[in-house]
Design a protein around this ligand. Structure first.
Ligand code: CP3
Length: 418
């Protein structure tokens, strides 16, 4: 039962029907999701963007999409559910404290200061690609950058994470969240992306926090175990909550568009803490804003894959599959064969080695990597990743071995593009 309070009509992406000729989606080179050219009514996303309400978006076939520099890259092909000649791999938090070269280049001081220096950001973004040979780079930044840039008052404390001096408490706090103007507020993001894409031989992933996860920091005032304040706000002040979602949705769209325009090839929406919600609260209070971010990106950047990721989202995967995302990232709690069943054939899957298993001997991580690859099975549309970010104490040598195994053995179960 949806909660009685604050019901707002919103139709998220309608789950695509599976092809009766190909019920498990094994056919190659047709692609999937937004890119598969399904009949309009099967994949319709209804955008609430001003001036576009009710118009379906996102139904291009692969053949109709504008061509991009990395169309043939395994990462982009896997995002589209196309056959690959090797399983692509990248790691969330692949840049960072586990790398000695990161610790040497980064120096001390706030990460929010470091990310304003394009030369440094380009270097930190390239480092893990150079070391591991990953199939994608993730832009070096943080999910709180847009809210910090409009002056909400956010710091990132080492060992803790984002901390908000004056947390979001009431309607009046909405005034502290003016629209993001990327050229004025985050020119350093644009400059760093333009610089690094010229240096990378693999696609760059831009990113933003999904509205719920960013709101959780703003409302809780920092990292949270039980998310009590954010749950209280959404259920007792739904009008304020949905206005907050609107502002954060607009900010994510603006930020992601600026990253794609500067040269990112794909984006990931981090809804890291969505798994704290029950399915009906996720569907009602968090998913609509996520759907809207993706629908608006589908309009402006239909060829750019969107990955939606969260932790502890096993019970939410069916709902996440309706978001319009091309790829859903899964943590280690759900085996990938089950995750694929819950997601359906139209969505690619990303994951899901437990990052803690990279702290022991390399042989353990290698064996566990093989198990993930087995569970991912032979259907195209798997991007190997960890189930969450690289832990700072990880030995980079272990991740090097993981990448080698994914590249060497990942296709043994996957149908090759020949
Ligand atoms: O390779 C990469 O992924 C680097 C880019 C990146 C960072 N943060 C850099 C960073 C990305 C994609 C993020 C996203 C991010 N930030 C998320 C979503 C991903 C996830 O983990 O679920 C979240 C929840 C945050 C908020 C945040 N920022 C946390 C929880 C922390 C860690 C605090 C700590 O010290 O343990 C940060 C700081 C942060 N962001 C660091 C890095 C490399 C570490 C601090 C530093 O080096 O100064």
């Amino acid at each position: 039962m949806p909660p009685a309070t604050g019901v707002r009509p919103f139709q998220c992406g309608v789950r695509a029907l599976s092809d009766p000729q190909d019920p498990v989606g094994t056919s190659l080179d047709s692609g999937h999701g937004r890119h598969r050219g399904l009949p309009v009514d099967t994949l319709a996303l209804v955008s609430r963007a001003p001036g576009t309400a009710g118009e379906p978006v996102g139904h291009r076939t692969v053949g109709e999409l504008p061509t991009g520099r990395f169309d043939d890259a395994p990462f982009i092909r896997a995002c589209r559910g196309l056959a690959v000649d090797r399983v692509p791999v990248w790691f969330m938090r692949q840049a960072g404290r586990s790398l000695p070269e990161y610790r040497a280049a980064r120096g001390t001081g706030s990460i929010l200061e470091a990310i304003t220096r394009p030369d440094l950001v380009a270097e930190l973004t390239r480092q893990p690609v150079d070391r591991y040979g990953t199939d994608a780079a993730i832009f070096f930044s943080d999910i709180v950058v847009p809210v910090a840039a409009v002056g909400f008052g956010v710091e990132v404390t080492p060992g803790t994470g984002p901390v908000v001096a004056r947390p979001f408490r009431a309607r009046g706090d909405l005034d502290r969240l003016r629209p993001l103007e990327p050229e004025l507020d985050t020119p350093f993001v644009i400059a760093a992306i333009e610089q690094v894409v010229g240096q990378l031989a693999v696609p760059l992933i831009g990113f933003a926090g999904a509205p719920f996860t960013v709101a959780s920091y703003l409302v809780e005032g920092g990292p949270s175990r039980n998310f009590t304040k954010v749950k209280t706000l959404m259920t007792t002040e739904p009008g304020v909550w949905f206005e907050l979602m609107d502002r954060l949705c607009a900010m994510a769209v603006t930020s992601l568009r600026s990253q794609l325009d500067a040269g990112a090839s794909a984006v990931q929406l981090f809804d890291s803490w969505a798994g704290s919600l029950s399915p009906h609260h996720y569907e009602h209070f968090a998913l609509p804003a996520t759907c809207r971010v993706i629908a608006e990106l589908s309009e402006s950047h239909p060829a750019s894959p969107v990955i939606l990721f969260g932790v502890g989202t096993g019970e939410l995967l069916g709902l996440m599959a309706t978001s319009g995302a091309d790829v859903v990232g899964v943590d280690w709690r759900v085996p990938l064969d089950q995750a694929r069943q819950r997601l359906g054939p139209e969505v690619a899957v990303q994951g899901n080695l437990d990052p803690a298993l990279c702290l022991g001997p390399a042989a353990t991580a290698v064996e566990e990597t093989r198990l993930v690859l087995q569970r991912a099975g032979s259907r195209p549309g798997h991007i190997f990743n960890l189930g969450h970010g690289v832990l700072p104490e990880t030995d980079p040598g272990v991740l090097e071995r993981v990448v080698d195994v994914v590249h060497a053995e990942g296709l043994s179960g996957v149908v090759s593009s020949g």
